[in-house]
Design a protein around this ligand. Structure first.
Ligand code: CP
Length: 318
């Protein structure tokens, strides 16, 4: 997808980007259009719309893709970036979450990018700081920029999202990616299916209005996209799957099961992957079918659009 006219920086109605739930379809399209423009110009200089701003990455959970891509995105737009390593911070001396956030706030950052294992942390911090907050993943709740980069990857591959049949497979119960993608891809008109053993579905599954399948081959049948999820053992109690070997046999994606998807179905995974647990390496590394590296690439463009939108929107109300 190549845009002819340059989409303008997006103006958001909210000060923070805490989730996809409640985001208007118009804002979803605007963010994707702006991100696609950045993706088309990734090797060129773009307008330094974050010049003079300070972005702080505050990650209480491990991350490779999200943290680094926020840093790259911010620098490409001219921002100064600080990465707070929780392991090397005063959190380790017992400082509370809110004291940490208000301490950083006193240094007047413009945007705090926050990842935390507890759902709702970005919202909580937004009540205590002047900076705008971007949720970079909170517990099992939401990971909005992951969903946006997934949508961008799909839109640039297929030309549209509406009407696509998308199976999101695996550990739904512990996945913030599944929830954000249901809101975003479903909101943009895709048919979403969750494919998972019943032990890996959230108790609230009936309220989400999504088709649920317990058989992998039935669930991915005729799907245009098969999105695999990591088994998030760090959030599990230990009794959800009999063994990783058995899980792979029933719910791992391999070339045999993939035959039931649409003939040109594409494979996605937010990463990090557990090879041989939820996905076979032959599928993950199949450059004809796998969009996994493209998802990482789109992460930078997506986060450029999101950072810019928050900074631009803040400037309008000052
Ligand atoms: N997809 C994702 O959030 O990856 P990281 O944990 O590496 O940031």
């Amino acid at each position: 997808m190549t845009t002819n006219t340059i989409p303008a920086p997006v103006t958001l109605s909210a000060k923070h980007l805490l989730g996809i739930e409640g985001m208007s379809v118009m804002t979803m399209h605007q963010l994707l259009d702006r991100a696609s423009y950045f993706a088309d110009h990734m090797t060129q200089d773009v307008e330094q719309t974050l010049k003079g701003s300070t972005i702080v990455n505050l990650f209480f959970e491990n991350s490779t893709r999200t943290r680094v891509s926020f840093e790259v995105a911010a620098k490409k737009l001219g921002a100064s970036v600080l990465n707070i390593s929780v392991a090397g911070s005063s959190v380790k001396k017992g400082e509370t979450l809110i004291d940490t956030a208000t301490t950083l706030n006193a240094m007047h950052p413009d945007i705090l990018v926050v990842r935390h294992h507890a759902a709702g942390t970005p919202y909580l911090l937004s009540q205590h700081v002047d900076a705008a907050i971007i949720n970079a993943g909170d517990g099992r709740r939401e990971h909005p920029t992951q969903a946006l980069l997934d949508a961008l990857t799909i839109k640039r591959k297929f030309g549209h999202i509406e009407g696509l049949r998308i199976a999101i497979c695996g550990d739904i119960a512990n996945s913030r990616v599944a929830r954000s993608n249901l809101y975003l891809l479903g909101g943009l008109g895709a048919e979403i299916r969750f494919v998972s053993p019943s032990t890996l579905l959230p108790p609230s599954i009936g309220d989400l209005g999504v088709g649920v399948y317990h058989d992998m081959r039935e669930g991915i049948k005729d799907c245009d996209i098969v999105m695999m999820l990591r088994l998030q053992t760090e959030r599990m109690e230990g009794r959800e799957t009999p063994s990783q070997h058995e899980y792979f046999n029933l719910f791992g994606l391999d070339s045999e099961k993939l035959q039931d998807a649409a003939p040109n179905a594409m494979i996605m995974h937010p990463g990090p992957m557990n090879r041989g647990v939820e996905i076979d390496s032959l599928i993950a590394d199949d450059h004809e079918r796998s969009l996994i590296q493209k998802q990482v690439e789109m992460g930078v463009a997506t986060r450029m659009a999101c950072l810019e939108a928050l900074y631009h929107s803040m400037a309008l109300v000052k």
